[in-house]
Structures are given as structure tokens and as C-alpha cells.
Design a protein around this ligand. Sequence first.
Ligand code: HEM
Length: 281
Amino acid sequence: VPPRIMGDAPELDPAKSQNDLLVVIASDHTYVNVSILRQLAHGVVPGLSVKWVEQGFERPDRKEFLRFDDGIENLRNDSDERNLDAHVYVGPSDGEPEWCVNGSYLVYRKIRENVRAWDRMEHHDQSQMIGRDRKTSAPLSRERTGPRGMTPVYAHPGDAKDGPFNAHIRKVQPRRTGTDLFGEQDLSRRFLRRPYPFFEGIDAEGHMKTGLHFVAYMRNVTRQFEWVVQMWQTNPDFPAPGAGIDALYASGILSTVRAGYYFCPPAPKGEGDYLGAGLFA
Ligand code: HEM
């Protein structure tokens, strides 16, 4: 069960929102998802009862309701770097039971977005809060790298000329060179983000109920997600004294209403094997 963290809505009770099993049903159309859910809800799997259902979607352009691209920086396996292999899957030397190897931890957070307050803000202020330009998505740092120059470079963690210290992307990935006291590089704390925006109509006051199902996959929750959140994102003195916590949470634009930690077993190895078989061996 995840701990409560800064930015959690008062109604969030992690122990109540965590369930035994999380099934992510994803396809190109809602009716396919509903058809699969229907099987589960109608008892096709003995002993399984559906407790609650969340719905989300993905936009082909990866924009979400704050109108920024989400996922510009994310992990990929490509010809140069095998980042999914390095940061997403449990490895044989991780001290986990053998059946966990090649599985992955899933961190889930249902995050509401106050889009009414967001839409009232100037584009300049929105850019400052994210750490990227609202129009071009370019990082606010003076120096940039990566494809199309979309990756920020923070030459010095305490240099405010590279954008506000409390901008979302600066708080969640400071990109310092070298290793920290624990021998870890900042970039080795990355995880795969697979978020789904959601829209649930309007509330009693006529406010849009929108947000993001934040879904992230990683090798180790403590070393990756919890470190990023506790040591950086909600640490008011990071990356420089007096920086403040992540601007998206400080301003109340984001608040988390559900949370859970899960483990995804490795894919079945072939005939006779099945998902999670190692649990029953
Ligand atoms: C509603 C919630 C959220 C929204 C709207 C949001 C939005 C964004 C946006 C627009 C970017 C910049 C584009 C990109 O680099 O991919 C970004 C990057 C990122 N976000 Fe979030 N985010 C949310 C929640 C979170 C949470 C809870 C975390 C957990 C710590 C997180 C971690 C990251 C990371 C690690 C990056 C990449 C930073 C980098 O490598 O430079 N985000 N997010």
C-alpha cells in the first residue's frame, strides 16, 4: 500500500483504494474494452469479483488536459539505449524471488486536474509551471539536447536561469551529471510513464471532472518512484534551497484521489505456462 504523499486529496485513503488485483484493459476502442470487462464482471474467472472500474483514453498526439505534450521524455528501447530493459524490468540481481524476474512494478495514481484554474492562467505562467514552452514544448533551459533539442540541460542545479526550480519537469528529473551519495545517477531513477487522461462529466458546481490516470512501470518502487517524489518533487529545498514543491501541486492544480502499488508478473514463457504461475509453484 502506498504512503500518503503531499498533493494527495483529503479523501484519498491508500489502504481503501488499493485492491488485490489490477487489470489494465487497453484496445483501440471502448466497445472492445467493455466486452472484455463484461466477461470478467460476469464471473468468467471463478473467484474474481470486480470492485471498481476506471476509464481513460489516449490521444494520438499525446496531449493531455493541461494542453501540454506528455511523454516527450520517456523510456524507450532503441538502437543506442536499452532504457526499458535497464529501468522497467526486475533483473536477476535485484534480490527478488526468481519468479519476479522480467516482471515490473506498477504505480497507479488517479490525479484530478483543476482545469478551470489552469485555463485562467496566462500561457507564460503555465509554461513556467511545467518547465516547457506552452506552444513548442521546448524546455525552458538555455541549453538543450536530444532529438529536436527537446531534452533540457540544467548545467548547474542551483542556476535559476534555466527556468523555475519548482517547474514540474525540473522537480521530477534534475538531470545532474555524476552519481549521488548512494552511487545512483539521476537518470537511473527514471520509469516508464503510460498515463491515460480521463473525463467524468461535471460536478455539482458545474466544474469539469478531468485528470490523468498516472500509470508508471519500474524495477524498484523505493529507488525510483518514491525517491523521485519524496527526495525531489515534494522536497521544498530541491534542487536549491527555497525552491518549493512541484508547482503543479503547490498551486492545487493537481490532487491525487486514488493510489495503488501493484506487481505485473513476467509474460508466460510458452505453452503450459500462464501469467503469475510462479506465485503458485
Ligand atoms: C496530472 C498529472 C501530471 C501531468 C499533467 C503531467 C504532465 C507532464 C508534462 C507535460 C511533462 C513534460 C513532457 C515530457 O517530458 O514528457 C511531464 C514530464 C514528466 N513527468 Fe509528469 N505529469 C503529471 C504527473 C506526474 C507524476 C505524479 C509524476 C511522478 C513523479 C510525473 C513524472 C514526470 C517525469 C519523470 C517526467 C519527465 C521529466 C524529464 O525526464 O525531463 N508526472 N509531465
